[in-house]
Design a protein around this ligand. Sequence first.
Ligand SMILES: [Cu+2]
Length: 334
Amino acid sequence: MGKWWSILFGVTMIACTLLFVVSPFVGWWLPEGVSTHSWSVDLLFYFILGITGFFFILTEALMCIFMYRYCSSEKAGRTVAHAPGFFVRTYNKWTPPAIKGSIAKVLNDPHKIEMAWTVLPAVILLWIAFAQVDAWAVIKYQSRMPRYAEKNQEFTPLQIDVTARQWEWRIRYPSSERFVEWMTRKGDPEILKDFQSFAKIEQKDDVKLVNELHVWNHHPAVLQLSTRDVIHSFNLPHMRVKQDSLPGKQIPVWFTPIKHNTIRLSADGDVWIDGYNPDTKAQDRNQIWDLSCAELCGWGHYRMVGRLYVHESQQDFLDWLKSVEAKMLPPRAK
Ligand SMILES: [Cu+2]
């Protein structure tokens, strides 16, 4: 019977491995990474996957081989034990066959094996801990994040306020007027002050939306992330961005897209159509970029999904911002 178990285990493992191998080709894998730092995240991911995958397959294969080779069998010395009373029980008094050859030498010295499986993972983990520092610093260190172009040299990032709540993303943008000032009046102390106040102070003409995150291509976006209730996790898989939002804290998150998704307005100009391929004129799942919550945050967690729209240019973004303003702002009193 033991042999059948080993075969069942082996076949299951091979099937799982095959499933894993084909999944990138049938769309069950990570989406394309399209931010400036996504390659460094992917590199670490594939490196760790390679190491863990190698040892996983090795240990599972060994387990199946050992199960097959050293399983109990009916031929093993059968003994009959006489129990008191009416019961007579039969059981296998089985001792495993002796392991011979070079493998016996290794197995007979458990100290060496234990040293190996302690020291080797420790070295690998330590190496990973140091190797990821640069990637982490670029993505998470606030001191390295893009900021307002104080010296008129760099460009000003787009700044957006994202507030999570059960179960939606509330997203606040500056008004188009303010946005243009941020982008054009560089090195102006007054604008710097205004730029820095955005995250803390809401203004009447801010543009507010739910579950719609708009940015534009090749330009850094800094999101000020907070939550109104419990912990949520802001997750943009295409940008390789994931950050918990913590009650009582405002945490900046940033990314720069290097690709835009093909987005378009509905015929009446009211709704953004998700996933549109201009070549086939059909819906394309690869063009739908999710903004999801990666932290189980209550029963409605599953529907805490927004969309990321990366416009082609700053002008496209500005046009969009103005179009939203035109619909949302009440007419100004004269
Ligand atoms: Cu959530």
